[in-house]
Design a protein around this ligand. Sequence first.
Ligand code: ZN
Length: 276
Amino acid sequence: MIIFDNHMHLRRDGRYLDAVKEFIKAGGTHFVLCQYPMTQKVIEHKSYEPIYQETLKMAEEIQKNMDVTVYTTVGPYPVDYLKLIDVLGREETIDLMKKGMDQAAHLCEEGHCIAIGEIGRPHFPVDPQVMEDADQILSYGMKRAAEVDTAVVLHTETTTIAQCEQLVHMGEKVGLASDRIVKHFAPPLIYQEENFGLIPSVLASRKNIEEAAFKGTRFMMETDYIDDPRRPGAVLSPKTVPKRTFELLNNNHLSEDELGIIHQENPEKTYHISME
Ligand SMILES: [Zn+2]
């Protein structure tokens, strides 16, 4: 049985391989390694390329050593903007982050990554100017994703119905289909009229997943595990997605076929991958 976590971060100075071990032991088989924000390194190199390469290297290392399939996403982390701007100024920050979109798009095109992400907006209140710039950079990233026929993984402020509509519309304007837009850290907004066709990656709390499963199967599950030694087990621990999945199965909330839609069919369609 395929069990897929759509959003995990790992750090070499965190639990790293031990965290993956925990995921596998609980029944996990596939996961997305989402590039860890490494803002200092971006500033140091004035480029995203080194941290993209570092993320790919980690994925390769994990895959070589463990019985698990790792997919990678890379992209200019939205919150970087606020630190970059102090060092580089506004124009150069926007340029650097757009270039980060180009480099990520290139890695997707070459088959090294399955999506550009996580990209989007800061998740806390910011000045209107910051929001405007974030939207400009995001829209550019969506355009690049459409051009190389890949997906985007979005990090934004709290997900609402109105926001989903706005994000789908933003994609539409630059030719990116709604089913290639993944909303990371989503609540169970499963219905078309709630998400406007984007694909929710639902944070795997018990409450979220039970509600999502009650409503349907068009979603993915994630822990947003951040592997931060100062916040152990945050956001959710690596074993959570397998645990929830077996709960749904054992409580007869969903059948194995329905779980197959969530863990295999949805990721395969969204990312254009084959998980067998
Ligand atoms: Zn994340």
